[in-house]
Design a protein around this ligand. Structure first.
Ligand code: SAH
Ligand code: SF4
Ligand code: F3S
Length: 453
């Protein structure tokens, strides 16, 4: 009998990748995914610790699951195994077990390949199972061959963890030290993905451009070299990578944006702040001008290149003038898209100890609103700049309206077009008719329409 598996995923794309792999691992044990938690036989929360709000959701969602489990039990409808995975599990494993004694399993991002064993232990009635080790053998070596992302546009984790220790960030503590997968294992996974129909691969890593995995000749390859290897695979039409740190934007990687056709001209390159003093306090280890120069160089190599970024407002001690330096940097760089956050103190990080310098919540809110207004303006201007122009989109799925498909531009914009559904999976040229805040609308170029018949 198939059992129902519910997975709720918070946080970054690495968690999205991990959640899908957990489903792959559990499928041979008879678990099939459901998007309804109330009648699940097993529920996994794949959590994120990056900001307080994200982290708090863990306990509120756990409360809901506990009630659903109770309802199942009183209705004699079986039981529900409850598991907490991801970065909150890693950071606060023991605390979760204490605060939520009804949780059966708690495991970190580096140990989910042991799910079948943990599950056996938990269902044997051995009590709560906790695994937050950073194992010597990486989980990738234990994933079954069919544990791959089979989407048209799919994720492939190539690097995990972080050694950068930005003063505000929990990732080095929750994901552990930087680790790069060997080239051979990445190529093998990519080939399986392409055989399953994937057209676009996004290489993932907390610090993906610090990649230095073991190459075929015994020497490590850089991300640029890995990109070259992947670009030669048959059937791969688009390649992306995320997230990058400015310090690792090496010459060869910048040049890859000129030389590698299938590398999309779109880069997520977080800068966090525009003031040199704040950047230093954040331990980012570069100045605002160094970041500007990296962007200039990238645009020299590829004038089409568009950028997205992450920003933090209200880092401890940030003055109005320093916040204005961030605004100026945004004006100078011009982003196609961006995420911005109010600084959130995280337990155990150096910035959280700067108690006397915390910025008031209302000031953080004001700064965030000012920054987001500018970023939204830039995003709209970017999207509008495509009106009347042609772009290639990867047709990914059906839209809500009749006969509508949604495709993805090279710059990650969602593009709405009218097209028959059998064209999903193809790259088509569209003429953009309208650029909106969050998407584009266009029509297929005439040649493309004719062959659609
Ligand atoms: N590895 C990536 C980002 C990982 S976290 C990098 O180096 O850029 C994603 C984003 O969350 C960060 O870029 C940062 O903008 C934000 N973030 C991280 N810690 C935060 C904190 N304590 N408060 C607010 N935002 C935070
Ligand atoms: Fe966090 Fe900095 Fe590492 Fe990014 S580079 S994951 S912000 S410590
Ligand atoms: Fe969150 Fe962990 Fe990703 S803290 S952002 S899920 S690495």
């Amino acid at each position: 009998m198939t059992k129902k598996l519910y997975i709720s995923t918070y946080g970054c794309q690495m968690n999205v990748y991990d959640s899908a792999r957990m489903a792959d691992i559990l499928s041979p044990l008879g678990y099939a995914l459901t998007n309804q938690p109330n009648n699940a036989d097993m529920a996994i929360l794949n959590t994120c610790h990056i900001r307080e709000k994200a982290s708090e959701k863990t306990f509120s969602e756990l409360g809901r699951l506990r009630n659903m489990r109770k309802a199942k039990q009183t209705e004699n409808d079986g039981d529900m195994i409850i598991a907490v995975a991801g970065c909150v599990a890693q950071a606060e494993g023991a605390e979760i077990m204490k605060r939520a004694p009804y949780v059966d399993m708690v495991f970190g991002p580096q140990s989910y390949h042991k799910l079948p064993e943990m599950l056996a232990e938990a269902t044997r009635g051995a009590g709560q199972v906790l695994d937050t080790d950073f194992p010597v053998e990486p989980k990738f070596d234990y994933l079954p061959d069919d544990a791959i992302d089979k989407n048209l546009s799919a994720f492939l984790t190539v690097q995990e963890g972080c050694d950068k220790f930005c003063a505000f960030c929990v990732v080095p503590y929750t994901r552990g030290a930087e680790f790069s997968r060997p080239v051979s294992s990445i190529l093998a996974e990519a080939k399986r993905m392409l055989a399953a129909g994937t057209k676009e691969i996004t290489l993932l890593g907390q610090n993906v451009n610090a990649y230095h995995g073991l190459g075929p000749s015994g020497k490590p390859l850089s991300l640029a070299e890995l990109i070259q290897e992947l670009a030669s695979l048959d059937g791969l039409e688009r390649l992306r990578y995320t997230t990058s740190h400015p310090l690792e934007m090496t010459e060869d990687l910048c040049r890859a944006h000129r030389d590698v056709d299938i590398l999309m001209p779109y880069l997520h390159l977080p800068v966090q702040a525009g003031s040199d003093r704040i950047l230093e306090a954040m331990n980012r280890r570069h100045t605002a001008d160094q970041y500007r120069r990296i962007v200039e160089k990238l645009r020299e190599y590829n004038p089409d290149l568009a950028l997205s970024g992450d920003f933090i407002v209200g880092f401890p001690g940030e003055t109005d003038a320093e916040f204005q330096d961030t605004m100026q940097l945004v004006r100078d760089v011009k982003y196609a898209q961006a995420y911005s956050f109010k600084y959130s103190p995280r337990p155990g990080t150096p910035a959280a100890a700067l108690e006397g310098q915390m910025i008031a919540e209302d000031i953080k809110s004001e700064r965030l609103a000012e920054l987001q207004a500018l970023l939204n303006e830039q995003q709209l201007a970017f999207n509008r700049s495509f009106e009347g122009k042609e772009i290639d989109i990867l047709l990914e799925r059906e839209g809500k309206k009749d006969g509508q498909l949604i495709g993805r531009s090279p710059f990650m914009q969602s593009v709405f077009v009218q097209s028959p559904p059998h064209r999903i999976g193809r790259i088509a040229t569209v003429i953009v008719e309208e650029g909106n805040a969050n998407s584009l609308r266009g029509k297929l170029k005439s040649g493309d329409v004719a062959d659609a018949a």
